[in-house]
Design a protein. Structure first.
Length: 440
């Protein structure tokens, strides 16, 4: 006789869980949600606008103009294509610099509203007046074009450091999510069921994540390690395959370590699911690093017939950049959700303060401190700049913009740093048993 619990898959319970999850998502602070939506919309508009305006005649018209000579360092370039690319990258970088300054201003203001009443000017401006904030961002975007070149050079180094921090920040978020998801699924498992849906969901998610790793790795082996170079100027690069193979080997090793009884004794949340998330994330990082290489340095790869030295494999207007926008916003939104539901007492954005009662009405007022949230937004803005510009580096002799080379180096390095960090979270509780690593 067939198992009734297998046939009657509890759709009602799953529906209730989905509704419960949606209710939790809506508990994110409305102010934070507005800031996240503003960040998403601004990044998308700036990216599309910078690419669009570089294709307009205004780019060619600005060449040699006295004003553009000051604003665009490569305005003296005689190559229309080089200047158009410079035009696009300068607009993109300056606008993201302005948004970084916008959140730095809010970061400073947030220190003044920690103990203020909801009716104070600082709180009112921070939590509302969105039209004036858009005007402020517009003014900052205009002002950044007037800053001297050395300021932008310093900011480029700051953006690179911030982007690396955001990659590690993202890994910590993934580890936290995987640990929480794993614990919740295991706690809901009913051993009396012959096919528990929570077991299926947990194993299915792990298989899906590992499948993503293998798909990206196989695709890299097939497309980017081929000896045949086709008709293009691309040359074969064996190290793409070596890095991909090394990433797979380390992923397998870390998975085995996570399942060791000794490791699970000190870190019960470790296991296949958490390892699969790390494997998928590092494979994605390495894949984007390889596809960021300039066309002339990419091996075999695509059917390339005209491969300029300073052009990347994918155009500036590509799906990777759009994916990066959604990816960045999702990480920031998850941290806001994580804090709003008090999932972890040591949340990266832990902005809850004790509630305060109004002395006149007796009404309980929620109090927040937003400085950590705005600091996270600043780091996310730095990452967004590097993601959208493909880690562009401005060169001055001759004036040009180089993309791809630095993205490959940084993303590849961060990929293996993530492996080291994850393995450390597995073995650290064993090496230092007296310390508390439960929140990692």
């Amino acid at each position: 006789m067939p198992c009734l619990s297998c046939k009657n898959f509890n759709l009602l319970a799953i529906r209730n869980k989905v509704i419960e999850l949606l209710k939790k998502v809506t508990q994110i602070s409305g102010v934070k949600a507005m800031y996240i939506l503003l960040f998403f919309g601004y990044s998308l508009i700036v990216y599309i606008f910078s690419d669009f305006i570089s294709k307009m005649r205004i780019a060619s018209w600005s060449m040699g103009n006295s004003i553009s000579n000051y604003i665009f360092f490569c305005a003296t370039s005689s190559d229309d294509e080089t200047f158009a690319e410079c035009f696009s990258q300068v607009i993109l970088s300056r606008c993201m610099e302005a948004y970084f300054c916008f959140h730095m201003i809010l970061f400073a203001i947030s220190f003044f509203i920690q103990n203020e009443s909801p009716r104070s000017p600082f709180v009112l401006f921070h939590d509302g007046y969105w039209f004036f904030k858009i005007v402020l961002v517009t003014l900052l975007s205009t002002m950044t074009f007037l800053l001297p070149t050395w300021v932008h050079t310093v900011f480029n180094y700051l953006a690179a450091a911030g982007a690396v921090l955001f990659y590690l920040y993202t890994l910590i978020s993934f580890l936290n999510f995987a640990a929480i998801f794993n614990v919740k699924m295991v706690n809901k498992v009913n051993t009396k069921r012959c096919l528990d849906p929570y077991v299926v969901l947990l194993l299915g998610s792990s298989v899906l994540a590992f499948s993503l790793m293998f798909i990206l790795s196989i695709f890299t082996f097939v497309k980017f390690t081929s000896i045949s170079t086709g008709k293009g100027t691309c040359k074969s690069k064996v190290y793409n395959g070596l890095f991909t193979a090394l990433n797979m080997v380390i992923s397998i090793i870390s998975t085995i370590i996570s399942m060791l009884p000794r490791v699970r004794e000190y870190k019960p949340t470790s296991g296949i699911f958490q390892s699969s998330v790390v494997a998928a994330y590092t494979s994605y990082l390495l894949f984007t690093a390889i596809t960021s290489q300039p066309c002339s340095e990419l091996n075999g790869c695509w059917e390339v017939t005209d491969c300029a030295d300073n052009s990347s494999l994918m155009s500036n207007y590509d799906w990777m950049s759009f994916l990066g926008i959604f990816f960045t916003v999702a990480v920031v939104a998850y941290q806001a959700y994580r804090n709003s539901n008090e999932i972890s007492e040591t949340s990266i954005i832990d902005d809850h303060l004790p509630d305060q009662a109004d002395t006149l009405t007796g009404k309980i007022q929620k109090r927040y401190v937003y400085w950590k949230f705005h600091m996270a937004m600043c780091v996310a803005t730095l990452f967004m700049l590097q993601n959208l510009s493909d880690w562009s580096v401005f060169k001055y002799n001759p004036p040009r913009v180089e993309t791809g080379k630095y993205a490959f180096f940084v993303k590849g390095t961060v990929c293996f740093l993530c492996h080291i960090l994850y393995i450390w979270t597995l073995v650290a509780p064993i090496i230092f048993p007296k310390r508390n690593f439960s929140n990692i």
